[in-house]
Design a protein. Structure first.
Length: 265
């Protein structure tokens, strides 16, 4: 595979706006110790992030908690939204793009694989109808492919092919940051692209096996194989345990992410 050069940044920040699985934590109706925890790190919105280079801000995924996440992170401007895949916990907040349309006076660019964009057109057909209602979101769908660099403002994004069980989805490499969620496996040809990153954000659902997500131990093993300086685990279910307890069993350089965490590279 030919080498791919990614533009470095003097300073790149990633704001972790959500770290929960598709149900979030607490889970509706659940009385387990994690869902009843008074540690704010155990209260998890659906997994998402915002990457900020100082000149450019890009969101990764736009799930059902998008509005609250933007308010909590005090985000006033977005140059685009990267979509990992079409599952509801990663796209259901699409309508909440409207305030950015009103503020920025331009359509919001949505960067996703071609088939995912076509799914969004069907799922949110009221947005894309030729004679839609006034006030609907204004979106520009941009088709992207794994291995082809995308320029968003002054940020270069390398989409990565990731396996989510039976589904092929995207991860993203930006500078020395790799963001990979909902992974079950990273293809061998992708490993060199993310090897040795300063920070990798990686999913770890629970302790026991799952058909389409990494377990905690699988995520730890993959982190070791990728040789990242620091790994932050996300897309966490209440079955993983309390944040404070899990932190004590993690190896050096591996941490649980939490909502509101900001990392500077």
């Amino acid at each position: 595979m030919p080498s791919i050069s990614i533009q470095p940044f003097r300073s790149l920040k990633i704001h972790i706006t959500g770290t929960g699985t598709s149900q979030g934590i607490p889970v509706i109706g659940c009385e387990c110790p994690v869902c009843r925890s008074d540690d704010p790190r155990d209260n998890r919105l659906r997994t998402a992030a915002v990457v900020d280079s100082g000149d450019t801000s890009v969101a990764i995924d736009i799930g059902p908690d998008f509005r609250m996440q933007m308010l909590r992170a005090n985000v006033h401007h977005l140059h685009g939204i990267l979509i990992t895949h079409e599952h509801n916990d990663h796209v259901a907040g699409l309508d909440d793009v409207r305030p950015f349309n009103f503020l920025q006076k331009v359509p919001m660019k949505i960067f996703a694989e071609k088939e995912v964009n076509r799914i969004l057109e069907r799922r949110f057909d009221y947005i894309f109808k030729r004679d839609g209602y006034p006030g609907r979101p204004s979106l520009e769908l941009v088709d992207i492919e794994p291995g082809n660099i995308v320029d968003i403002g002054n940020i270069e994004v390398l989409p990565l092919r990731i396996s989510h069980g039976r589904s092929d989805i995207l991860g993203f490499k930006i500078g020395s940051l790799s963001y990979i969620t909902d992974a079950k496996m990273i293809p061998d040809e992708v490993i060199p692209l993310v090897y040795g990153c300063e920070v990798i954000v990686l999913n770890a659902l629970r302790h026991t096996e799952h058909h389409s997500h990494l377990t905690l131990q699988q995520a730890i093993d993959l982190s070791d194989r990728l040789s990242a300086k620091s790994t932050y685990l996300t897309h966490i279910s209440h079955q993983l345990g309390k944040h404070a307890d899990v932190e004590t069993i993690l190896p050096s350089g591996v941490h649980l992410a939490y909502d509101g965490l900001t990392l500077t590279l």
